[in-house]
Design a protein around this ligand. Structure first.
Ligand SMILES: C[S@@+](CC[C@H](N)C(=O)[O-])C[C@H]1O[C@@H](n2cnc3c(N)ncnc32)[C@H](O)[C@@H]1O
Length: 269
């Protein structure tokens, strides 16, 4: 693995396991309650190296995992939590080479995970209606990857207006009213495609499930949430941790299929 370079994100662990996310710059400094660490003491070193702060404390420097970055990065909009991201990538079946239509881009956290999953041969078209959020997302994506990759298209607008030319294999929505995207998904996502949305409340889930059902063009609609419980393992104290992420969002997934009467519908229209 290449040595740390200026421009990269770096995660520092102190002796108590506290973490600090920094962006390495030439001449930059990281300051915390235990002193100062010049970025020059990290740049050129290998991942996992120890660096010493001015007051003598040592820190370990690594590249942030995508989960670390997602939780630590400054946000505009609320992000999809890593526990849910994994489930979305799996159950929306984001595969190498897929074309994914995503909205809203928000802070870009889910976009980063989708990009990884589609690989270099795939494509992510991510739509955000608020220009300020779109700009934050652009910065956060650049902060992790170093640039906006060629297979990512960031668009500002309403996702409903972006289905026709995207012709997606997968639709992944984290926005308040995904039911408006159900009919566009029927019209422009190929049969076998997956529609997935992430919603914080059950009335929203009911609304989208109603819209999916009304089209008669989706099978296997499912809704679930992901519970993630950490455990404390310290000597004989082996128990669930006191704190747990109570609720984040509900994931709804449905598969598009061709209704037997679809061809005759088209012929008669
Ligand atoms: C919760 S945030 C998305 C967070 C993002 N998934 C992440 O992990 O960083 C929801 C975003 O959807 C955007 N939005 C809402 N309705 C939209 C629409 N119809 N088209 C595009 N973006 C939309 C909002 O402006 C907001 O930024």
């Amino acid at each position: 693995m290449a040595a740390f370079a200026a421009g990269e994100a770096c995660l520092l662990y102190d002796a108590k396991g506290r973490t600090y996310l920094i962006r390495l710059t030439e001449g930059g400094e990281f300051q915390y309650h235990r002193g100062v660490v010049p970025h020059s003491s990290i740049i050129g070193e290998s991942e996992g190296c120890f660096v010493e702060a001015s007051m003598g404390s040592k820190l370990v420097a690594v590249r942030p995992r995508l989960a670390d970055y997602t939780l630590k990065m400054p946000r505009g909009a609320a992000v999809v939590y890593p526990k849910d991201t994994g489930a979305i990538v799996m159950w929306a079946d984001i595969y190498p080479g897929a074309t994914v239509l995503e909205a809203g881009t928000g802070s870009g956290a889910l976009t980063l995970a989708l990009l990884r999953a589609v690989g270099d041969s795939g494509r992510v078209i991510s739509v955000e209606k608020r220009p300020d959020h779109a700009e934050i997302a652009r910065q956060r994506i650049e902060g992790f990857i170093g640039r906006i990759p060629d297979n990512l298209e960031l668009r500002v607008g309403d996702v409903e207006d972006n289905f026709a030319d995207a012709a997606p294999d997968r639709v992944v929505l984290d926005m308040p009213e995904p039911w408006h995207s159900v009919v566009p998904a029927v019209e422009h996502m190929r049969p076998g495609g997956v529609f997935c949305c992430y919603l914080p409340t059950i009335p929203q889930v009911q609304e989208v499930r109603k819209a999916l059902s009304k089209t008669g063009s989706f099978i296997e609609s499912t809704t679930f949430e992901v519970l993630h419980r950490e455990w404390t393992i310290e000597g004989r104290s082996v128990r669930p941790s006191h704190r747990m992420q109570g609720h984040t969002g509900f994931i709804t997934v449905a598969r598009r299929f061709t209704r037997p009467d679809a061809e005759s519908d088209q012929e008669s229209s």
